[in-house]
Design a protein around this ligand. Structure first.
Ligand code: SIN
Length: 519
C-alpha cells in the first residue's frame, strides 16, 4: 500500500482498514510479552521489568519492559562512545543510505507501528498511521537536508594561497528523550537529526510508551546501523533520565516534553561545561477568530485542534479569542460539533477520541474542569466517562469553558487535556495582546478574511508556528518540510525548529579549515 499522508487520510478505504485490523490482531496475540533493551547491538533483558498498561483498559498489560538500571545506562553510553569514531568517519552519504533504509523498513511495518500507537497511546487509527508517515518523512526530509547542504561542508572566501572551508562536525554521543504523545515521530526525528550528522545515540522513550520505543529501536537495528550507534534504554525518569542528565559523559541532549523537565535539562546538562541542549517544551496555543472569517472553517479547525488526540498535542489549541460580533454564533457551531465526537475504544474505526494517557492526566482534567466551573461556565463536556466499555480506561469528554476572568489560570497553564477556554474580544489588537500574554509561544492560529489582519497577526504574534484560516487544524498538524515546528519563549530553547531546514545543523559544531598552499 502507498505511503499515507494527512492529505490522503480522508480517502482511506477498505484495504487500509483490513491491514490495520490485521496488525491489531497480530499484536494482541503478543500482549504480556517481555521486551529487551538494545545496547551495543544486542538485546538485553532487564533485571526488573515494568508493565505497559493499556490506557483504554487498565486490566490489560500490553507488554513488560526492562526497568533499566544506572549500570545499564552507563553500558549504553559506553557502547555509544565506542561506536562514535567509526560512525563519525563514515561518509555522510553512507549514513544517509542507512537511515533511508530505516525509513523503508518503517514503511514496510507501517501498520504494525501504527497499531502499537493505537494500543499504547490510544490514538485513533488515522492519527496513528499519520504519525508513522510523519516519522518516515522526518527521516527522508532530514536526509535530503544533508544532501542539499553537501554534508554541511562548504568553501569560504579564498584569499591568495589560503584555501578555506567551513565544515560542520558532530559532537559525539547524544541523549534522545522523547514524550508519550508522538512517541514514534518525535523520537525518530530527534534521533535522525543526531545520527545523520554523525553522532551516536542513547534513546529513552517516555515511561508510558516503551513499546513504541522498541518499535523504533528494532527498525534502526534491522536497517543495519552498526552496533552501539543507536541504543535503547527503557525505564523511569528518576533513574534513566537522571543518569543521562548528570553522568557527565554525554556530548548533547535533545528533549521534547514538559516545560518542567525541559528547563531541568537546560539547567543541569551543561552545569559543568557548555554542551548543546535542544529542548522543545509545551504550549498554551491560542486561536483568534475575527468577524470576516468563515465561521464554519473556524469551528471545524478549532474543534479538531483542541480535541484531536484529547488535547495531548504540544500544538493543541487551548485558548480561543473570538470577536464579540461572532462570539455566540461561533460557540453555537462548536458545541454541537464537539458533542458529536465519538469517544471510546481507539481500535474501532469510527472513534475520534481515545483515552487520555494515564491516571495523572485524568486528575489534571478533573481539577482544571473544577477550576473552570468555579471561575466560569462549562459550555459542553466536563465529565470523566466510565460507562460500559469505557469503564476501565481513561476516557473524558472534550470540554469548552467560557465566561472566565481574563486573568484566570485557565488561560495561562498548559493542562495537556481536551479543554478549551474561550473569551470575547473587541479588536484584533486586544486579541493579539491576550494571545501573547503567556509564557509559552509554540503555535497560534487566526481565522479572518481581511488581508490587513493576516499581516498584523503574522507580524505581531509571538509563536514559532503560525496558521491562518486552517480548517484542517487551527494550530495543529505540522508536516516535515511543509511547516517547521518549534517554540518561542518558554516553548523552546534553540530558535530553530524541528521539521524544518535548520534542524539537522544543530547537532553539529563548526570547524573552519584553512590550508596555505606554497606558490
Ligand atoms: C506535537 O508535536 O505535539 C504536534 C505537532 C502538530 O500538531 O503540529
Amino acid at each position: 500500500m502507498e505511503k499515507i499522508t494527512y492529505a490522503s487520510l480522508g480517502s482511506l478505504g477498505e484495504e487500509f482498514h483490513s491491514q490495520f485490523d490485521a496488525a491489531l490482531s497480530k499484536l494482541t496475540r503478543t500482549f504480556g510479552k517481555t521486551h529487551s533493551l538494545l545496547i551495543d547491538g544486542k538485546l538485553e533483558k532487564g533485571k526488573e521489568t515494568f508493565g505497559d498498561i493499556s490506557p483504554s483498559d487498565t486490566r490489560v498489560v500490553l507488554g513488560n519492559f526492562p526497568l533499566a538500571t544506572v549500570d545499564d545506562v552507563m553500558k549504553a553510553i559506553a557502547a555509544a562512545k565506542r561506536a562514535y569514531p567509526p560512525w563519525r568517519d563514515l561518509d555522510w552519504q553512507k549514513r544517509v543510505a542507512l537511515l533511508r533504509r530505516a525509513a523503508d523498513l518503517m514503511m514496510q511495518r507501517q501498520f504494525e507501528l501504527a497499531a502499537i500507537l493505537t494500543l499504547e497511546v490510544g490514538k485513533n487509527r488515522f492519527e496513528a498511521i499519520a504519525e508513522v508517515s510523519e516519522a518516515i518523512d522526518l527521516i527522508l526530509y532530514y536526509a535530503q537536508q544533508m544532501e542539499n547542504n553537501d554534508g554541511y561542508n562548504i568553501p569560504l572566501v579564498t584569499t591568495g594561497a589560503e584555501q578555506t572551508r567551513s565544515v560542520l562536525k558532530p559532537f559525539g554521543v547524544w541523549a534522545v528523550v522523547s514524550p508519550f504523545n508522538f512517541p514514534l515521530a518525535l523520537a525518530t526525528g530527534m534521533a535522525a537529526g543526531a545520527l545523520l550528522s554523525g553522532n551516536t545515540v542513547v534513546f529513552k522513550p517516555a515511561s508510558d510508551t516503551p513499546w513504541s520505543g522498541v518499535g523504533l529501536a528494532t527498525v534502526m537495528h534491522d536497517a543495519g546501523l552498526p552496533a552501539g550507534v543507536f541504543n535503547l534504554v527503557t525505564g523511569s525518569g528518576a533513574v534513566v533520565g537522571e543518569t543521562l542528565l548528570t553522568n557527565g559523559d554525554l556530548d548533547g541532549f535533545v528533549f521534547t516534553g514538559s516545560r518542567e523537565v525541559g528547563l531541568k535539562v537546560l539547567r543541569d546538562f551543561s552545569a559543568r561545561s557548555p554542551k548543546p541542549r535542544i529542548t522543545e517544551m509545551g504550549g498554551k496555543n491560542p486561536t483568534i477568530v475575527m468577524p470576516s472569517a468563515s465561521l464554519e472553517d473556524a469551528a471545524e479547525g478549532i474543534v479538531r485542534s483542541a480535541f484531536g488526540m484529547g488535547g495531548q498535542k504540544c500544538s493543541a489549541c487551548s485558548r480561543l479569542y473570538a470577536h464579540a460580533d461572532i462570539y455566540d454564533a461561533l460557540a453555537e457551531m462548536m458545541v454541537p460539533k464537539t458533542k458529536k465526537l465519538k469517544i471510546g475504544d481507539p481500535r474501532e474505526r469510527d472513534t475520534f477520541l481515545g483515552p487520555l494517557i494515564n491516571e495523572r492526566a485524568v486528575k489534571t482534567f478533573n481539577s482544571a474542569v473544577q477550576l473552570g466551573r468555579t471561575e466560569g461556565r462549562v459550555l459542553c463536556g466536563g465529565n470523566v466517562l466510565q460507562d460500559g466499555a469505557r469503564a476501565h480506561g481513561y476516557f473524558v469528554e472534550p470540554t469548552i469553558i467560557d465566561a472566565l476572568p481574563q486573568d484566570s489560570r485557565m488561560f495561562q497553564e498548559e493542562f495537556f487535556v481536551p479543554l478549551l477556554s474561550m473569551a470575547k474580544v473587541h479588536s484584533l489588537d486586544e486579541a493579539i495582546r491576550l494571545a501573547n500574554d503567556v509564557e509559552y509561544g509554540l503555535t497560534s492560529g487566526i481565522f479572518t478574511n481581511d488581508e490587513t489582519e493576516h499581516a498584523q497577526f503574522f507580524n505581531e504574534i509571538e509563536a514559532g508556528v503560525t496558521y491562518c484560516n486552517r480548517r484542517g487544524g487551527a494550530t495543529t498538524g505540522a508536516w516535515p518540510g511543509v511547516q517547521s515546528f518549534g517554540g518561542w519563549k518558554a516553548s523552546g530553547s534553540s530558535g530553530k525548529s524541528a521539521l524544518g531546514p535548520y534542524y539537522v545543523s544543530q547537532f553539529m559544531r563548526e570547524q573552519s579549515q584553512t590550508i596555505v598552499y606554497k606558490r
